[in-house]
Design a protein. Structure first.
Length: 548
């Protein structure tokens, strides 16, 4: 076992190679400053979208040493997190849920395995999901079978659906996979979930969690970043495990062979695999949704222009959602190691319109009648990997803006990478970071199924987002991206009549408050038109009551 070194290789290398966005050019938007009042308008009559039940997500992994921390559920609930992605990024294609073990990495001899933390197995993970009264988005293993001799097996994924969602009394036979392994019945796996741990552990006690009821987990990704499997990489083996083609002991020979074996690693092969997984998994639970992994458009073509079309030609008419990963922010000269704060903070406005347009065009071209039903999930979100960040507070501003912007565009799920990272919660002591408080600010603002309204700002350094709750109250979030100047914001809200009384909450990303709440409380002088000061690099939530 090589432990955390493989963890770093699988996760970080995948992120770095996959999302090499704008390294060789400076900021596309040099930092400017707010001068004079900023005008923000909200039209309650114009509804852009709704807050999806699973939108507030977080990336969780089998290498997380603090996944069973007793303080964690309360913290996640306070931040509004409803959905956890599991078992992690690059680990998804080597991890086997039924044994809590990993396939050896790239057929290595002697074998090398990834680090799996204690109490991070699927049983403990589902107990965490239960404690937060939430759900999950699960990434099944497309890259490797249980024996480590070939690609992932649909039957293994179907058995996972049976374990989480199945009825212990269901006799449906899952059958043997291509290696001859017998995946038994739906009831077998659901029965393990329902059972209490045995006094003498037979190796399966981690699956016995005394939970007879189904978890009703609906969203299932087929593999992780498979475009990084070596198909496009002439000089390397790729970064994502995919045993649909073998690895050679010699990395150079392995790279040559995998690049040559295009059929086994091609986007069409993966798309057909998604279809096969969907058939097997939906035979267990027809209500689930199946997602295919795409290369994030249109900013990164380093892993092949034909990946997205090839995948969607094969499965676009049957999938329920697509998966993208969004890492952003340029690097600055002269050493190209420091993150450009301005490009990072402006990314939701600069990049998302083109990204969404490209995805919608793909859906229309390859989805047929299914095009209107295909959803978007962003199961990994973050800043440019490995970049040096001078001011970590910018993560809070970006997270708030990115999550709400993606919700406005209809994203069904968004997952910050990751749960235990200083930007969200410290693995050492669960101390909240700026991304935690930013999500908590969204939670104060936007309830599930709230209407997302049209909100406009006339200054690019002041982002505005607005929602209307079911009781008619309106929530407004203002994000000041100016590192030096406060913003005087003049707000005008039309389409409803609002009370002068409400609430105001502030999060100063550079000086987060102690505890797990942002500062604020009741406020007066609001209504349909009012002015408010928003401090530099800070977020303000204004909650306005509808006049009775």
């Amino acid at each position: 076992m090589i432990g955390h070194s493989l963890h770093s290789h699988l996760i970080c290398a995948a992120i770095f190679l996959t999302f090499f966005l704008c390294t060789v050019r400076p900021s596309v938007c040099q930092q400017q400053h707010i001068e004079g009042p900023v005008s923000v308008t909200v039209d309650v009559s114009k509804i852009h979208n709704y807050v999806a039940p699973r939108a507030m997500g977080m990336h969780t992994s089998v290498y997380d040493n603090s996944l069973s921390d007793p303080k964690l559920p309360e913290l996640l609930i306070a931040a509004g997190i409803t959905t956890l992605r599991y078992p992690g990024g690059g680990y998804a294609d080597i991890y086997h849920w039924s044994t809590n073990k990993a396939t050896k990495w790239r057929g290595t001899d002697p074998p090398q395995y990834g680090y799996i933390a204690a109490n991070a197995d699927v049983g403990h993970f589902l107990q965490l999901v239960d404690k937060i009264h939430g759900t999950a988005i699960i990434t099944v293993n497309y890259g490797s079978n249980l024996a480590g001799t070939g690609g992932g097996e649909p039957a293994e994924a179907a058995a996972w659906v049976a374990y989480t969602n199945g009825d212990p009394a269901d006799p449906k036979v899952l059958g043997k996979d291509s290696t001859g392994y017998d995946w038994k019945t739906v009831g077998y796996w659901a029965g393990l979930r329902a059972a209490a741990a045995l006094p003498q552990d037979d190796g399966q006690n981690f699956l016995r969690i005394a939970h007879p009821a189904s978890f009703h987990i609906l969203y299932w990704e087929i593999g992780n970043e498979l475009f990084g499997n070596g198909y496009y990489d002439k000089d390397g083996e790729g970064f994502e495990e995919d045993l649909h083609a073998p690895y050679d002991k010699d990395p150079k020979e392995s790279a040559r062979q995998r690049h040559k074996l295009r059929k086994d690693l091609s986007p069409e092969t993966y798309g057909n695999g998604v279809a096969a997984f969907a058939r097997a998994m939906k035979a267990v639970d027809p209500a689930i949704k199946i997602g295919a992994v795409l290369n994030t458009p249109p900013f990164d073509n380093s892993w092949g222009l034909d990946w997205n079309p090839g995948v969607l030609k094969a499965c676009g008419k049957i999938i329920d959602f697509v998966v993208i990963h969004w890492y952003t922010g340029n690097l600055l000269p002269p050493d190209w190691k420091v993150l450009d704060d301005a490009s990072y903070l402006s990314a939701p406005q600069r990049e998302l319109p083109d990204m969404m347009a490209a995805l919608l065009e793909l859906f229309r071209k390859y989805g047929g009648e299914n095009a209107q039903r295909i959803q978007l999930t962003v199961t990994e979100l973050g800043s440019r990997p490995f970049a040096k960040i001078d001011d970590p507070s910018i993560h809070g501003l970006f997270v708030a803006d990115a999550y709400l912007s993606l919700m406005e565009d209809g994203a069904a799920n968004i997952d910050w990478l990751e749960l235990h990272k200083d930007t969200f919660l410290s693995e050492k002591d669960e101390k909240p970071g700026p991304a935690y408080f930013a999500l908590q600010m969204i939670h104060r603002l936007a309830h599930i199924n709230a209407s997302i309204l049209e909100a406009k700002s006339n200054n690019s350094l002041l982002s505005a987002h607005a929602v209307q709750r079911r009781d008619g109250s309106v929530g407004l979030m203002l994000i000041n991206k100016d590192p030096k100047n406060s913003a005087t914001v003049k707000v005008k809200i039309t389409g409803t009549t609002l009370s002068a009384s409400g609430s105001l909450f502030d999060f100063d990303a550079r000086n987060p408050p102690s505890g797990y709440i942002t500062k604020g409380g009741p406020s007066a002088g609001l209504g349909n038109e009012f002015s408010i000061q928003v401090a530099p690099y800070s977020i303000s939530d204004v909650l306005l009551l509808k006049t009775q």
